[in-house]
Design a protein around this ligand. Sequence first.
Ligand SMILES: Nc1nc2c(c(=O)[nH]1)N[C@@H](CN(C=O)c1ccc(C(=O)N[C@@H](CCC(=O)O)C(=O)O)cc1)CN2
Length: 261
Amino acid sequence: MASMILSDPSSAASVHRLSFTRFSNSLVFLRRFVGPLHVFSHTAALPRALSLHAPCSSRFITASMAAEPSAKVIDGKSVAKQIREEISAEVTKLKEAIGVVPGLAVVLVGDRKDSATYVRNKKIACESVGIKSFEVNLPNDASEQEVLKYISDFNGEPLVHGILVQLPLPSHMNEQNILNAVMIEKDVDGFHPLNIGRLAMRGREPMFVPCTPKGCIELLHRYGVDIKGKRAVVIGRSNIVGMPAALLLQCLDIGRGKMLL
Ligand SMILES: Nc1nc2c(c(=O)[nH]1)N[C@@H](CN(C=O)c1ccc(C(=O)N[C@@H](CCC(=O)O)C(=O)O)cc1)CN2
C-alpha cells in the first residue's frame, strides 16, 4: 500500500511545526511543540529536515515547549461518518428533487476473500447512505467476454450511475480491455485511461478520481492541511494508489484542486 509524506519547504509555513528564532549572536532557538527538549550544538548535528531551515551560520539550537502540538491525529473513522452523513443528505435531496436514486454496480470475478470483503463493505456503505447497489459475482474461470457483456449492460442501464470492477481480475483476463469498457461517465473508480489521462493534464478534468488517494487528500483537506507548496513523497507506484496519488498531489500543488474537493 502506498503512503504519502508531506513536508513544508517554506520557513513561513513551517512555523506551524517548528519555529526558529535567530538571535544576534547566531544562536537559534527551536521551539519544538511536542516532545522532549532537544539541544543541538552545531547545525551539522541537526536532522536533515531541520537543517534546511537553520541559517548556515547558526551554531546552537535550543528547544522549548509551546502550546500547539506539532502532530495531528487524523481520525479517519470520524471523517468517514461525517462524509456518510453528508452523502446521505445529498441522496435524499436528489431523490426528493428529481426522483433519482444513485445506483452503483460492482463486478466481482473470482473467489479472493479480500476482494469479497472490500465489495461487501462497499455494498454496506452504499446501503447506509441510500445508494442502490447492483452486484455481479462471476467464478474465477469466467471468460473476459462474460465480464465485458455485464459491463456493456451496466453502461446502458439508466438505474446504474457508477460501475466498479473489483481488482485484481483473474490472470487470464486482460485488465486493460475490461477497464476500457466502462464508460467514462460511470467510471467511479477513475481507472479508465481517459479519466487518468485527464487527471494528468492541465486544463482537463477527470470525471472521477481513484478513491483511495482521493480519500487521503480528503482527510488532509478536512484537517486543514494545505498541500500547495509542500514537498511530498509517495511510496508505491501502483495504478490504483501510488500513481494517482502522485498526480493528485501535483494537481493540488498547482491549484488544480477545485474539481477534486
Ligand atoms: N475496483 C477497485 N479495485 C481495487 C481497489 C479499488 O479502489 N477499486 N483497491 C484495492 C482494494 N481496496 C478496495 O477495493 C482497498 C484495499 C485497501 C485499502 C486500504 O486503505 N487499506 C489500508 C488499511 C485499511 C484498514 O483496514 O484499516 C492499508 O492497507 O493501509 C483501500 C482499498 C484493490 N482493488
